[in-house]
Design a protein around this ligand. Structure first.
Ligand code: UDP
Ligand code: MG
Length: 314
């Protein structure tokens, strides 16, 4: 029987901690009773340097349910993506399969069973996908969906409407741990792993209590980090723009020379306007070119694994 670890990053979640612990324990006990996961499966709360009583509450829960509830205390606040990674890598050596979920129960715990079923059907990664975001404010919905679209345009492969509610088998987490990069954007990294994957769908609910720990500033930072950690397209765009302007300078030259020969221009205008166009284009192209090398260096220093062998037949 496979041992499940449910990983829950928590930052200032004192209002929801007991509610989350009870709900997740309910799910876990149900799965154990149905013999879908091992007896010693557990929930791992990661305290991401909370300033409130979150850690004390995790300790209380652990005292009341020592096998089912465990905790990791990070030394300070490192942010959701790092806290989640800390939880996954801690759970990796203590379980066979992990599920990550937010503490606020916005993601439907009822589909966890479906995730486990899909895992037993041979999937290494199962994404939780929001089929409905009507409980989110218009603003949150609009910014989030623009973000997914922008990512796609920039060539970053992500799963549309999927956040960090997902199941990962032990070997998927193992492979994930090979990605040595410091700028973490899990939604972009997990699809790079490969393996057989599937999705489950659910309606996103409102937070059970407390407020969002992702204000606009953090959302923008996440989006920016997502793009710049995965794509060197912005640099290519500069190169293209430079080339385009050099081509434009030829058209500008034709126009300027025609104006010069028809006679009605101020002396000096022709040479000035030509230099502006041409030099502008050359400068952008040069910046873009230097950028391309920096882009290559950047990709190299990530030291990402170049492939992941799933199976060898011999
Ligand atoms: N979180 C965290 N560290 C942070 C910010 C958030 O561990 O610095 C956790 C938070 O406790 C929650 C999850 O990340 O479990 C998602 O945060 P939240 O629900 O506030 O984001 P939203 O759903 O509003 O985007
Ligand atoms: Mg939330």
């Amino acid at each position: 029987m496979d041992k499940l670890a449910i990983v829950v990053p928590c930052y200032n979640e004192e209002e929801v901690l007991h509610i989350a612990a009870d709900a997740l324990r309910g799910v876990l006990e149900d799965l154990i009773a149905k013999q879908k996961v091992a007896q010693d499966s557990f929930i791992l709360f990661v305290n991401d340097g909370s300033k409130d009583k979150t850690w004390e509450l995790i300790e209380e829960e652990h005292a009341a349910h020592p096998t089912q509830i465990r905790g990791v205390k990070l030394a300070g606040n490192v942010g959701h993506q790092f806290a989640l990674t800390a939880g996954l890598l801690t759970a990796k050596d203590r379980s066979d399969v992990t599920i990550s979920i937010d503490a606020d129960l916005q993601d439907d715990v009822a589909v966890i069973e479906e995730m486990i079923d899909k895992y037993h059907a041979g999937n290494d990664i199962v994404y939780g996908v929001r089929s409905d975001r009507s409980s989110d404010s218009f603003f949150k919905r609009f910014t989030a969906q623009s973000f997914y679209k922008l990512m796609a345009v920039m060539g970053v492969k992500t799963v549309y409407n999927h956040a960090d509610f997902r199941l990962m088998s032990r070997r998927a987490v193992e492979q994930f741990s090979q990605y040595g990069e410091t700028n973490l954007f899990l939604r972009g990294m997990i699809p790079l792993i490969g393996y057989q994957t599937d999705s489950v769908y659910y309606e996103r609910k409102e937070r059970v209590a407390g407020e969002s720990k992702y204000p606009l500033k953090k959302m923008v930072a996440l989006a920016f980090n997502g793009i710049t950690s995965f794509s060197i397209k912005p640099i290519s765009l500069i190169t293209w723009l430079g080339s385009l302007i050099i081509v434009g300078s030829v058209l500008a030259a034709i126009y300027a020379l025609a104006s010069y020969f028809t006679g009605n221009v101020v002396p000096g205008w022709t040479s000035l306007i030509l230099s502006i166009w041409f030099i502008g284009g050359v400068q952008l192209l040069a910046i873009g070119l230097v950028g391309q090398y920096i882009g290559k260096i950047y990709v190299e220093v990530k030291h990402r694994p170049r492939y992941n062998i799933e199976k060898v037949l011999e």
